[in-house]
Design a protein around this ligand. Structure first.
Ligand SMILES: Nc1ncnc2c1ncn2[C@@H]1O[C@H](COP(=O)(O)OP(=O)(O)OP(=O)(O)O)[C@@H](O)[C@H]1O
Length: 634
């Protein structure tokens, strides 16, 4: 039987979902006729043995414009590996990919495929606090060139919202852990719609139905099919255990097991093919389920399924359909009148991307209580706690140590609590990674906009905390000392947040990032000169860590701020004798100077400018390292 998918399209119309009329002429694909691949192999270094291991072998396939291909197979069969390889992404960690990926029969480059396609990841990385329309508008602003007018961008966005049946949710937020928004199916549809704003001709979808029940899976696939047909797109989706109705939405099937192909061709011809090679489908059976059961070696108890899978793969290797497929791929070059090698998508100007990200982060930061709201409330609570525990201190000896404790608490504990920023940053990082993989944004825009957007909030937190805690505690009562305290607290918070950004950029797993940031802050607390004064801190901790500890400079800065001026009264003993804990030339008068306290901690005065500079340097260092981590993690 000749390889045939384009004519038939398996045109069973599927469920009669109410699709919205689409005006989106911009989506129409008139340049990609075929998308194909030949002799595609992926080899990895085996995790256990380190020997080369083939996880995709000799894969061939062809999808014509307007068709929707299902890459189907049991778990671990290589669906994601194939999809990633086709999208020119890293197929698997440390993988080597060989073979040809062709558009209109001609080999493609990464840039070419990025320009022609969009990839929708399995995990959506939508920003929970944005509405549907905002999500689409930001996707458009990050992707569309400046020569596209605002009106046209709005039109495209509204068309896509309508096409995916999301008009009535246009002003609904996506949803955060605290505030419910869209349903699972609506989120999936929004994730796909936001990727279509760039007008891809080829759409890759990694398990678009994962996490959805069968009714929602069918709904999502029906929308994709409708859009793909209407606009002549090439749609390639990996899929896991679809219901019968969802399976019938696809035009063609690539069935895989253990990285090998078991069948490639029209969905409508699969049943006949399997019957012919000796595996007839029983009546009233879900065909997708039947195919998967045939080759699911995970269910093997006595080696039977492994033998059967080998037989099915060997049958495919010598099948007539297989040779027709390779002929069709080889001829796809002649069949197409279009070359896409010069196809280039215009991108927005370089300043527009960071500004758009800044705008998006701004909306998130004031709307998403998780980003700053919870921290503002927490710091206000801490300020009231600190101000009422360390209440109305006097300039007497017995208050000196509590003053120092308050300074330590204000600096070290405040920066420790920056761990509350980890979840919000990881959400942003997830969005960034997907947008970056689709060629939309770079690490510099991401790190820079994240930094800038945090500054006003952190300054607000520093000011709020100080207004409450500083005056209640009764630190030195003059404006310049107060604002110097605010500055130190602000730098402390910026450094702590920068540390979160650095650690989370390297370790992007919530619990790991949380644990490492907490550990690092614990370390900085231990060596900042409060718990163990500098003059007795052992040389290892002093020379390896103390001098790069931002908390040390904040502690010293706040100490100087409080103690560089002023005198304190010694305790009076029972016989009217003064008992002074801090040696001073004023001891005979029953007093000592604030600078005598500083001397005990080996803290010099007059170096505040240098310390501010070093702290800013540490902040810059954290941000630069975070940027480099993202560059290297590509
Ligand atoms: N370094 C490696 N060493 C050994 N096996 C590996 C390595 N990298 C990937 N694999 C294996 O390659 C196979 C293909 O993985 P892939 O994620 O493509 O499967 P999948 O069909 O998408 O699975 P799922 O449906 O569970 O997402 C898996 O069995 C995986 O364990």
């Amino acid at each position: 039987m000749p390889y045939a998918t384009s004519d038939t399209h398996g045109r069973d119309e599927g469920p009669d979902l109410e699709m919205n009329p689409v005006r989106s002429a911009h989506l129409a694909n008139d340049i990609v006729d075929t998308f194909s691949w030949a002799n595609l192999n992926v080899v990895v270094k085996d995790r256990k043995t380190s020997a080369p291991k083939s996880i995709l072998s000799d894969s061939w396939g062809l999808v014509r414009a307007g068709e929707m291909l299902a890459i189907m197979g049991p778990s671990g069969s290589g669906k994601t590996t194939l999809l990633n390889a086709l999208a020119h992404r890293v197929a698997a960690a440390g993988a080597t990919t060989t073979g040809d990926i062709l558009v209109n029969g001609q080999k493609t480059s990464l840039q070419n495929i990025q320009d022609l396609s969009s990839y929708v990841e399995q995990e959506d990385a939508l920003i929970g606090s944005l509405t549907v329309r905002e999500t689409m508008m930001f996707a458009a602003r990050l992707a569309l060139p400046s020569n596209i007018s605002k009106r046209e961008a709005f039109e495209r966005v509204d068309d896509l919202i309508a096409s995916f049946g999301l008009q009535s949710q246009a002003h609904t937020i996506v949803g955060t852990p605290i505030k419910k928004g869209l349903s699972g199916g609506q989120k999936k549809r929004l994730g796909i719609a936001s990727r279509l704003v760039t007008n891809p001709k080829i759409l890759f979808l990694d398990e678009p139905t994962s996490g959805l029940d069968s009714a929602l899976s069918l709904e999502v696939c029906s929308y994709i099919k409708d859009i793909g047909r209407r606009h002549n797109l090439v749609v390639v989706a990996s899929i896991h255990q679809p219901s019968s109705a969802t399976f019938q939405q696809f035009d063609s099937l690539c069935l895989m097991s253990g990285g090998r192909t078991c069948y490639f061709g029209p969905v409508s011809a699969a049943t006949r093919y399997f019957g012919r090679i000796g595996y007839p489908i029983p009546p009233e059976t879900n065909s997708a389920e039947f195919f998967l059961d045939l080759i699911n070696t995970d269910l093997d108890k006595n080696g039977e399924i492994v033998r059967r899978t080998d037989d099915i793969c060997q049958s495919w290797n010598v099948a007539e359909e297989r040779s027709c497929l390779s002929q069709a791929i080889q001829k796809s070059n002649e069949a197409s009148a279009h070359s896409t090698s010069r196809y280039k998508v215009a991108r927005p100007s370089s300043w527009k991307v960071p500004l758009t990200m800044l705008h998006r982060s701004w909306i998130k930061s004031y709307r998403d209580i998780m980003a700053y709201g919870i921290r503002i409330a927490m710091y206000l609570g801490l300020a009231i706690l600190m101000g009422t525990v360390f209440l109305r201190f006097k300039t007497e000896q017995r208050y000196v140590q509590p003053y120092i404790n308050a300074i330590f608490f204000g600096g070290a504990f405040m920066s420790f609590m920056a761990v509350a920023y980890v979840p919000a940053f990881l959400e942003d990082l997830g969005t960034f990674k997907q947008e970056r993989a689709n060629g939309l944004v770079g690490p510099l825009s991401f790190i820079a906009s994240n930094f800038v957007i945090g500054l006003p909030f952190l300054f607000g937190i520093a000011l709020l905390f100080s207004v409450v805690a500083y005056w209640l505690t009764n630190f030195r009562a003059d404006a310049s000392t107060f604002f110097m305290w605010v500055l130190w607290l602000f730098l402390d918070l910026v450094a702590a947040e920068s540390l979160v950004v650095l650690v989370s950029s390297i370790f992007d797993v919530f619990v790991v990032a949380l644990a490492i940031t907490a550990f690092a802050n614990g370390l900085w607390m231990c060596v900042d000169g409060f718990l163990v004064p500098m003059n007795i801190l052992n040389v290892f901790w002093k020379y390896v860590f103390h001098y790069i500890d931002y908390q040390a400079y904040v502690f010293q800065g706040m100490m100087v701020n409080q103690f560089q001026h002023g005198e304190y009264g010694c305790d009076e003993g029972s016989g009217g004798q003064y008992q002074c804990s801090y040696p001073s030339d004023l001891n005979s008068e029953g007093k000592f100077r604030g600078t005598d306290v500083l001397r005990q901690f080996s803290i010099s005065t007059g170096l505040e400018g240098t310390w501010v500079g070093i702290t800013i340097g540490i902040i810059a260092g954290y941000r630069i390292l975070a940027y480099l981590a993202l560059v290297l993690r590509k």
